[in-house]
Design a protein around this ligand. Structure first.
Ligand code: URA
Ligand code: SF4
Length: 240
């Protein structure tokens, strides 16, 4: 900006009634604390436009900076799979591998999820593979150090998973882990209390089961059998 342009700009501000202008560096501005208090309860609003679609939701997300999780992400992880899926899996948020590739459940937990879906379907004589379902997460950007997404992050990003579910309108949803279940169902109950039973989200049946990352830990091996039972239930309900 030239000096003349700057003078013009200042006169313009004066005309608007500004008496004092402060000069502040970008760094100083960045260090001003967020005035918003933490939001204690997760409640996800339904804000979907009348004729919503996955491409439209993706476009609306754009190069999103709506919450602090954008700061550490490499790629936004929108979701993948069949856009007309009868079954949608909802996880918590991307990990390192997902953040690098921009795709959900592609790391170790993802490999286990694929095995769980395809193994159970195969054993039960249900002819589906992973690409037949749709998979996404509550938050689309990787939380630092894989921490649990915070309530305000889930509330801000949750509008998108809501819209995805409304656009796909699956016959059932499978919530993976307590964070996903709590965000979808608006409950504070633990995954142990919620799993294996049917719940509903906007009239769509929701089955809650353990998160595959939880099942990867050696001391949780006994939970695997339960997760397989949960998956069997949801697969039969959707595809029988
Ligand atoms: N864990 C999740 O919750 N989601 C992913 O996409 C990967 C790991
Ligand atoms: Fe935007 Fe969701 Fe990423 Fe936050 S987590 S920056 S709301 S896409």
């Amino acid at each position: 900006m030239t000096k003349d342009e700057l003078r013009q700009r200042l006169e313009f501000y004066q005309d608007l009634g500004f008496k004092t202008l402060y000069r502040r560096s970008v760094l100083e501005r960045a260090s001003i604390p967020d005035p918003q208090p933490p939001i204690p309860v997760v409640s996800l609003p339904t804000l979907e436009p009348a004729s919503d679609s996955l491409p439209r939701i993706l476009a609306d997300i754009g190069d999103c900076t709506r919450c602090r999780l954008h700061e550490g992400r490499n790629k936004i992880v929108f979701g993948s799979g069949n856009e007309q899926a009868r079954l949608v899996f909802v996880g918590e948020g991307p990990g390192a591998d997902e953040d690098a590739q921009g795709l959900p459940f592609v790391g170790r937990a993802g490999q286990l999820l694929t095995q769980m879906i395809e193994g159970t379907a195969g054993k039960e004589g249900i002819p589906i593979k992973r690409p037949d379902v749709y998979i996404c997460n509550i938050v689309k950007c990787r939380p630092p150090e894989n921490r649990t997404p915070q309530p305000d992050e889930m509330e801000i990003c949750g509008q998108f998973v809501f819209r995805q579910l409304q656009a796909i309108k699956p016959k059932a949803i499978c919530a993976l882990g307590g964070t996903s279940a709590k965000a979808l169902l608006g409950t504070k109950q633990s995954v142990t209390a919620l799993r294996g039973k049917w719940h509903t989200w906007c009239d769509i049946p929701v089955m809650v089961t353990y998160h595959p990352s939880y099942l990867l830990r050696a001391y949780n091996q006994s939970a695997k059998k339960e997760a397989w039972e949960d998956l069997k239930k949801v697969l039969h309900y959707v595809y029988d």
